[in-house]
Design a binder for this molecule. Structure first.
Ligand code: GLN
Length: 452
């Protein structure tokens, strides 16, 4: 029964989450009641779903992994995806760890807790949706939602060995998702299988008038296409994603996955996405620029933290932000404010927008020749916790394969495609990234199912 499922989860969380650190909070007693009352005839009737802690659920905390919101903020309303999950019968029982305001690639930027990779506890779970990925991988959740601005669903999914889907820009409402970079953010599922990803996407996709970027277009039946196979499909292999800097074993696993799709009748086509090398620089101008604007709402007055005994109003703003935000968030705000400031706007922000258009056109050209594109998700497997701790640039560079799909608004998925040996007795998962055109989720899921 649905109550048994919640009880099993509660037992698993009690046994294992102390070492994994996937959850920031949960309410299993309330979940048990919700499960008992659930309408099992609904698509997700009685199924517990974990949510990244930057998605609002009425009455639950929403810390964003930040001290700013950890001091007592509770959500006064449901996000669009929360409403849709509830309407589908899901039980929303727990909140997963993340890099502060979703800024990072390891979940090490969470101000609240460390999340470890369940496949090897000495390693990162990836990020920023590291808690969601670790929860699903460690059987501490059946499925979870994350958010993806530049890889935050796909990269932790790849590192933990689960499926992670970033929907096309506009496919899923972001109403009630705490905004990081509004022209890039999307909410999507992390699941144990491609079939589950299709079911969750079905539940959360569709129009929402409260998010003006959310598209009013019909939602196809995603599960219907899953079994169609890849015979006759053309799959692009972009040479820029298989060159220098990628771990040779990771490359071998991704190439073997491509070969298996070829064996099932797909045609592999060499393609070029010539502006790939500029994706990191472009993203790390646009995302911080938008973040600096979005995070101005954290002023010490409206949400969460408020500094004690400020001398005046300016001191209230300054000290609340100084005390509330962690180092990576401050770095992004400074970077973003700089690239938007008069005198630098044309040299940085406006130029980055032009390069963004070139990156988008690369994909438009490619999708004139192929149905989907195959790439690695990350240049290497999950690294050790603490490695590169004071090297943000190294961290930014590791996002090289996941940023361009967000800049272009495409849909993308990470599917496990094998493991590499760590040399210390553990096997580290590797993800295959599949990209499809804007609103091409049906094709994306069909290829993913064949690759699974
Ligand atoms: N790692 C990227 C960043 O730090 C992407 C994060 C995300 O997708 N939320 O900005």
């Amino acid at each position: 029964s649905a109550v048994d499922i919640v009880d099993d989860l509660a037992a698993a969380i009690a046994a294992r989450d102390a070492e994994v650190g996937a959850y920031l909070s949960h309410d299993l007693a309330a979940a048990r009641e919700a499960a008992a009352a659930a309408d099992l005839s609904l698509p997700l009737g009685g199924i517990p779903i974990a949510l990244k802690d930057n998605i609002n659920v009425t009455g639950q905390p929403c810390t964003c992994g930040s001290r700013f919101l950890a001091s007592g903020y509770t959500a006064p309303y449901d996000a669009g995806v929360t409403e849709r999950l509830k309407r589908s019968g899901a039980v929303l029982f727990g909140r997963t760890n993340l890099d502060e305001f979703a800024m990072g690639s390891a979940t090490e930027n969470s101000a609240l807790q460390l999340t470890r990779n369940p496949r090897d506890l000495s390693r990162i779970a990836g990020g920023s949706s590291g808690g969601s990925a670790a929860a699903v991988a460690a059987d501490l959740a059946i499925a979870a939602l994350g958010s993806d601005t530049g890889g935050s669903i796909r990269q932790p999914a790849s590192h933990c060995g689960v499926v992670g889907l970033k929907p096309s820009y506009g496919r899923v409402s972001r109403y009630g998702l705490v905004a990081f970079a509004s022209s890039l953010d999307q909410i999507g599922p992390l699941t144990k299988s491609v079939e589950d990803a299709a079911l969750l996407l079905q539940a959360i996709a569709g129009e929402d008038q409260r998010d003006s970027t959310c598209l009013k277009v019909p939602v196809p039946d995603y599960s219907a296409e899953l079994g169609k196979g890849v015979a006759g499909l053309r799959l692009g292999i972009p040479r820029e994603y298989f060159g220098e800097g990628i771990d040779p074993e990771v490359r071998a696993r991704v190439e073997a996955a491509a070969k298996r799709l070829q064996d099932q009748g797909a045609e592999l086509v060499d393609i070029s996405l010539p502006h790939t090398e500029h994706a990191v620089a472009t993203y790390y101008i646009i995302a911080p620029a938008e973040a600096s604007s979005n995070l101005s709402r954290f002023d010490g007055i409206r949400y969460g933290k408020r500094a004690d005994q400020p001398a005046d109003l300016a001191a209230l703003y300054q000290r609340s932000r100084e005390e509330g935000f962690g180092p990576e968030v401050k770095r992004r705000i400074i970077l973003g404010t700089y690239v938007l400031s008069s005198g630098y706007y044309d040299a940085y922000y406006s130029r980055a927008q032009k390069v963004r258009t070139l990156i988008r056109k690369d994909f438009e050209n490619a999708f004139g020749q192929v149905d989907a594109i195959l790439t690695p998700v990350a240049p290497g497997p999950a690294r050790k916790i603490g490695e590169f701790a004071d090297d943000p640039l190294h961290e930014y560079l590791s996002d090289i394969f996941t940023l361009a799909p967000n800049l272009a608004g495409l849909c993308a998925i990470s599917v496990p495609c094998g493991t590499v040996a760590s040399g210390e007795g553990t096997e580290l998962p590797v993800g295959l990234q599949i990209l499809a055109p804007h609103l091409g989720e049906s094709t994306l899921l069909r290829v993913a199912k064949a690759a699974e």
